[in-house]
Ligand binder design. Structure first.
Ligand SMILES: [Mg+2]
Length: 452
């Protein structure tokens, strides 16, 4: 049974299938793809285990064979022939020429940023097709890597996007392998999941030569007015960062296809490669992290700035009692009588004008109990905290943390007021984010640039 997904009709023997229609094909029948252009003959046979198997034997036209396709050599009675990547390339694909799709291979016909319909696309530059064809001739495998978050968000149906990609490849008339990151996580550029999948599982067992490979994309971190007539700044840097994360040569589409000179660009302020896992944990270094006397510690810092991990590693083992944020105000009041017997630790996620009153309450409670109240301010920046949050989302082993919404981060930043001794704290410590990696795999993942 064959179903037509794309806009170009196919034919089952003489019967035309338009978009959405399905039809049956039996042994010896011919399927023509893209109008009458690409005939495939169906051979139906019983394999040795008795199960039926069918195989579309290639009966491609001469024009297609010159593009690197080899004639299928499977005998009609053999088990299902698996078409491997090698069927499409004359040499082993050790060299990868990677490309983004939107804004790199295609652009919208409508001129809008986002396509208005599945067919709202055109090839970006006429130079693209010959350039890709020459790469294939030089023994590169051409691979497209695209982020399509719209699929996870339910705004884009996967089969609609798939057929759009098929239309693009039909227009280019070239064999291209395509990877689509349909949601957030390790596969979404600039994180290297799609590339790793290609290298480990989808390159026919042939080791990829990174030094000989390259990547081209338009999300390159270029500023406003990066070239005459190019007023808009890049919406993202995810393509350049993908290349940086993998260690590939990177070009923008204009540099690669049109030969323009290198455009200026900026990288994100936060660079996860530079984070020192042996850095100093807190300031001032002369301070003592814990006290032998009862005290209250109020923690202030972005979500995902390392508060919980820090306290569980360095403070709670010393006998401190954790009071969480929701119950903090009330809980502490109720527990006041026992305050003398314990160390207390209070989390405040957002130290803002309104929350200052909250922390004021902790200071008052501590004062009433006759114990000092210190503040630990976690120094991680917004970008650092967001990176930590994305990393937590990606690490399959992390079940402790719930995903933090971007709005929470920005609200924190907007309302943040630095804690001051005038609020009644006896001491304020700056606690720095110093990563402690479980294994090399999680370090490799963490050291990659990520984007929201
Ligand atoms: Mg793009």
């Amino acid at each position: 049974i064959s179903s037509q997904l794309g806009p170009n009709p196919c034919f089952l023997d003489g019967e035309k299938l338009s978009r959405g229609q399905s039809g049956k094909l039996s042994h010896g029948g011919t399927l023509y793809l893209v109008n009458q252009n690409h005939p495939f003959k169906l051979h139906y046979s019983l394999s040795s285990n008795g199960r039926g198997s069918n195989s579309a034997q290639k009966g491609l036209k001469a024009a297609d064979k010159t593009k690197g396709e080899r004639e299928g050599k499977e005998s009609p009675s053999s088990p299902t022939p698996k078409r491997s990547i090698r069927d499409f390339f004359s040499t082993s694909p050790t060299k990868i020429a990677g490309f983004d799709i939107d804004g790199c291979i295609i652009t919208t016909k409508s001129g809008k940023v986002f396509p208005t319909a599945p067919d709202d696309w055109k090839i970006l530059y006429p130079e693209i097709q010959p350039k890709l064809a020459s790469l294939l001739k030089k023994g590169y495998k051409v691979v497209f890597f695209t982020n399509q978050m719209g699929i996870a968000k339910g705004k884009l149906r996967p089969e609609v996007f798939k057929s759009k990609v098929e239309d693009i490849l039909v227009t280019l008339k070239l064999p291209v392998q395509v990877f689509v990151a349909a949601g957030p996580g390790i596969y979404r550029k600039p994180v290297t999941g799609m590339w790793n999948h290609l290298c480990d599982k989808a390159n026919d067992g042939v080791t990829v030569d990174k030094k000989e490979s390259l990547f081209v994309g338009d999300a390159a971190g270029r500023p406003e007015n990066w070239a005459p007539g190019k007023k808009k700044k890049d919406f993202s840097c995810s393509d350049r960062l993908l290349a940086l994360n993998i260690g590939l040569q990177f070009y923008t589409p204009e540099e690669y296809f049109l030969g323009w000179k290198r455009a200026p660009y900026s990288l994100p302020d936060f660079d996860p490669r530079k984070l020192d896992s042996n850095a100093r944990l807190y300031d001032p270094p002369s301070a003592s992290l814990t006290s032998i006397k009862t005290e209250v510690i109020v923690a202030v810092g972005f979500p995902a700035s390392g508060k919980s991990t820090f306290f569980h590693t360095h403070i709670i083992p010393k006998g401190y009692v954790y009071v969480n944020r929701v119950s903090a105000g009330k809980g502490l009041d109720k527990r006041t009588p026992t305050l003398h017997a314990h160390f207390y630790l209070v989390f405040i996620v957002c130290h803002s004008k309104c929350n200052n009153q909250n922390s004021g309450r902790y200071v008052d409670v501590a004062k009433a109990a006759g114990v000092p109240c210190r503040c630990f301010q976690f120094s991680a920046t917004l970008e650092q905290a967001k990176h930590n949050n994305r990393f937590r989302e990606m690490a399959p082993s992390d079940t402790k943390h719930a995903k933090v919404n971007d709005m929470v981060f920005h609200s924190y930043k907007k309302h943040f007021v630095a804690p001051a001794l005038s609020e009644g704290f006896s001491e304020i410590l700056q606690i720095h984010f110093v990563p402690n990696f479980k294994d090399s795999q999680s370090e490799t993942l963490y050291r990659q640039f990520s984007e929201g």
